[in-house]
Design a protein around this ligand. Sequence first.
Ligand code: FES
Length: 201
Amino acid sequence: MKALIKPPKRGLRTAIEAAQASKPKRTKAPPATPAPIPPDVIDQVIERRRGRPGELLGILEDLQNLHPHKFLPVSTLEYVAESLGVPVSQVFSVATFYAFFNLLPQGEHTLVVCRGTACHTRGSKARLETLKRLLNLKEEEGAEKIFLTTADKQFTIKTVACFGQCALAPVVEVDGKMQSHVTEVCLKEWVNRLARGGKRK
Ligand code: FES
């Protein structure tokens, strides 16, 4: 899904990063749980979006983009519901309906593999297996959707039902950029480059 709005302002993001930094650090795994979004930051986002078309969607997208781990903590959804005076279930149903929203923290880099029919027939399952092997990730048996993050929080891999770009199958989204006709070789190169701290291209 394409971004619906512009990324939030830097000042708000800094407030969340400051909250994250103030958390006590562990020296060993597991990594610390990501900090929630501070209420004053949520308030600012809500005020900016209040009364505008797609108010709730815009608020949730802003808040997710603001979080360093690109997700919506449960406490944030509850706070938004209370502030807008709508049932928590309504906010949750929006956050769970759109594949764009994440209720779990994401790694620094996210790769989304399309598992729709066109991509499947052109090898998306094999691409997914390659990614899992490269990143040493295993899915739970019987899991409907895949959302796996490496222990060092560097990579997340997810699946999506269809990107709507079936003619370009197999399609993989890498850090928000759609990649078409993806081969095993491409995947290996991207993972290696991103793991070394580089960009996809
Ligand atoms: S099936 Fe993959 S983009 Fe449609």
